[in-house]
Design a protein around this ligand. Structure first.
Ligand SMILES: [Mn+2]
Length: 251
């Protein structure tokens, strides 16, 4: 059985992703990308492109999950007028720009509607890849999911798809017991928020069944890679530090 190598919340930081991928061994590890490839960052298009390419090269050894930012991008593509205010506030401008600049023909694109239409037409395979991403990956006792799940009982954690994309402290809060028999690896909330600004390291709940890995790569933090040895149930983390900001800033 292959081990897992989990990365989350790249948010367009393609240079950090490439640095981290050097540590992935496709012969020994399944690469799991836990969502939020797009929005903000250096180059969201290229981030999706590299990951999509890896998925095609290693269809069984690369698992890509949907995050809320893939969902927001798809919503904008389908209803650009309705999402014209919301999507830029979520960091969508670098995503749209990074796709637009790869269009072969850029004339006559003067409205959000035309931009969305052109992107959907020219990058139909990429967009279809994003649309069809699963929300979680389960391997034995481990579940990788973008934001988290509803933990109240053993059987129903798969029921709330909305929670898998959006949930925060109703999942990772120390006062929320994990009544499932799974160990969850999640991103979505930068660990510096959970650590209250003290660290960007991987976070492990006191019950040791919730493991947060979002290092806040865009916010001057870290891109964390988490290796899980499934047989021995041991973890190893790799951190790629932000190339330009040394200090992690807290708002
Ligand atoms: Mn997210």
């Amino acid at each position: 059985m292959k081990d897992l190598f989990v990365i989350s919340d790249i948010h367009g930081q393609i240079s950090m992703l490439k640095e981290l991928l050097v540590h992935w061994d496709p012969k020994k590890e399944i690469l799991v990308i836990a969502g939020d490839m797009v929005d903000r960052g250096e180059d969201p298009y290229e981030t999706v492109n590299v990951i999509h390419h890896l998925k095609k090269l290693y269809p069984r050894n690369v698992i890509v999950l949907k995050g809320n930012h893939e969902e927001l991008f798809l919503r904008w593509l389908d209803s650009p007028v309705k999402n014209a205010n919301l999507y830029p506030r979520a960091g969508g401008v670098p995503t749209v720009d990074s796709f637009l600049k790869r269009l072969k023909k850029t004339k006559d694109i003067s409205s959000d509607e035309l931009m969305a239409k052109a992107i959907k037409k020219e990058f139909s395979r990429t967009i279809s890849f994003l649309r069809n991403l699963p929300l979680y990956f389960e391997r034995g006792k481990y579940v990788v999911v973008h934001a988290g799940v509803h933990l109240s009982d053993k059987e129903n954690w798969k029921d709330s798809q909305d929670d898998m994309l959006w949930i925060r402290d109703d999942f990772y809060g120390e006062n929320v017991p994990n009544n499932t028999d799974k160990i969850f690896i999640f991103g979505h909330t930068p660990t510096h928020d959970i650590y209250e600004g003290l660290s960007t390291d991987i976070w492990v709940s006191s019950c040791q069944t919730k493991i947060g890995i979002d290092g806040g790569a865009f916010y001057g933090g870290t891109l964390n890679g988490l290796k899980i040895d499934l047989k021995n149930r041991t973890y190893k983390s790799i951190q790629i530090k932000h190339p330009t900001l040394k200090e992690f800033k807290v708002d």
